[in-house]
Design a protein around this ligand. Structure first.
Ligand code: BDR
Ligand code: CA
Length: 305
């Protein structure tokens, strides 16, 4: 069965590689909305537009949203993704521009037009999602599934307590987790178990034009060695939509710390709660994940030349 997906993202190296995974899969991509996160909104939007053309995504709408968090000051991860957001990858500048309107409204209208059909995936800060759910609370009933890459129940990455996407806009994350839907949360606990090591990267060579995105971006992201390499966090979220058997999901109540001194942005996870609001990813079949990635990139490379 073809699954329809709307992705809210902040490309970002792993967001870009997640979009490439979607492009090489049978997913029916209904839209790309952008949010400020890894780099500023102008750049995440420019990158999404460039990726739409580079990955041959046709006329899928790209709609920009919020440039910063709901209440907090700006934060970015340019030190991880490079000043432009895609590491050392340089894509041709997009010819076509972004769609009209705001991402939050696009999310609302797309879900409203196809109730029960579309999986909403968020791979950046949850600002657009929170705004959408505040403007139109019924989206929680219209969405097929809501999947995020963010948070963790064991550790942070931006600091010991918090993961970047949640820490960038904890108030938005708190709204999203308590909106009344079941969040599928793919956090660092599982994404960090899949490392793009040299043996895996070697299986991704000879991808023609696609190599000019993959190689310079991942090599910038983190050193690729025999045993270690970058975790492509956001790609795991898209992989889950393509093949829901890759992850083990465990019900839990997740609340976002918004008032901590050292723990703001922490996703406090109670696996014993009688009121779960989340399906938390607790295990990833790493070998099958990489096989899915390699197959999808191979198919896409065949199309792109
Ligand atoms: C998340 O933070 C961003 O830097 C990545 O794109 C990913 O979405 C990982 O913590
Ligand atoms: Ca991201």
């Amino acid at each position: 069965m073809t699954v329809s997906m709307l992705i809210d993202c902040d490309p970002g190296i792993d967001d870009a590689l997640a979009l490439a995974l979607a492009a090489g899969s049978t997913l029916d991509l209904r839209g790309i909305t952008t949010v400020g996160g890894n780099v500023g909104l102008d750049l995440t939007t420019a990158n999404a537009l460039a990726l739409r053309e580079f990955l041959d995504l046709g006329d899928v709408p790209v709609v920009p949203g919020c440039s910063g968090a709901l209440v907090r000051g700006p934060m970015d991860a340019a030190h991880v993704h490079g000043a432009g957001g895609l590491g050392d990858a340089v894509l041709p500048q997009a010819v076509r521009g972004a769609g009209e309107g705001h991402a939050a409204d696009f999310i609302i209208s797309t879900l409203q037009d196809h109730p029960g059909e579309i999986t909403l995936v968020a791979t950046g800060p949850l600002t657009n999602i929170a705004l959408a759910v505040r403007r139109e609370p019924r989206i929680v009933d219209w969405v097929r599934d809501f999947v995020i890459m963010g948070g963790s129940y064991t550790r942070g990455n931006h600091n010991p307590a918090a993961e970047f996407n949640i820490l960038t806009d904890p108030e938005a994350a708190a709204i999203a987790f308590n909106a009344g839907w079941t969040v599928t949360q793919i956090g660092l606990d599982v994404t960090l178990t899949a490392r793009l090591t040299l043996p895996i990267l070697n299986r991704m060579r000879d991808l023609g034009r696609l190599s000019s995105l993959i190689l310079p971006s991942v090599q910038y992201y983190s050193p690729v060695t025999e045993e270690s390499g970058p975790a492509l966090h956001d790609a795991v979220a898209v992989a889950h939509v393509i093949d829901p058997t890759l992850l083990t999901l465990t019900p839990a109540e997740v609340q976002v710390e918004t008032a901590g001194h050292y723990t703001t942005g922490m996703t406090v996870t109670d696996f014993s709660s009688p009121a779960p609001n989340t399906l938390v990813a607790t295990h990833l079949d790493v070998d099958r994940f990489w096989q899915l990635m390699i197959d999808a990139y191979g198919r896409l490379a065949g199309r792109l030349g």
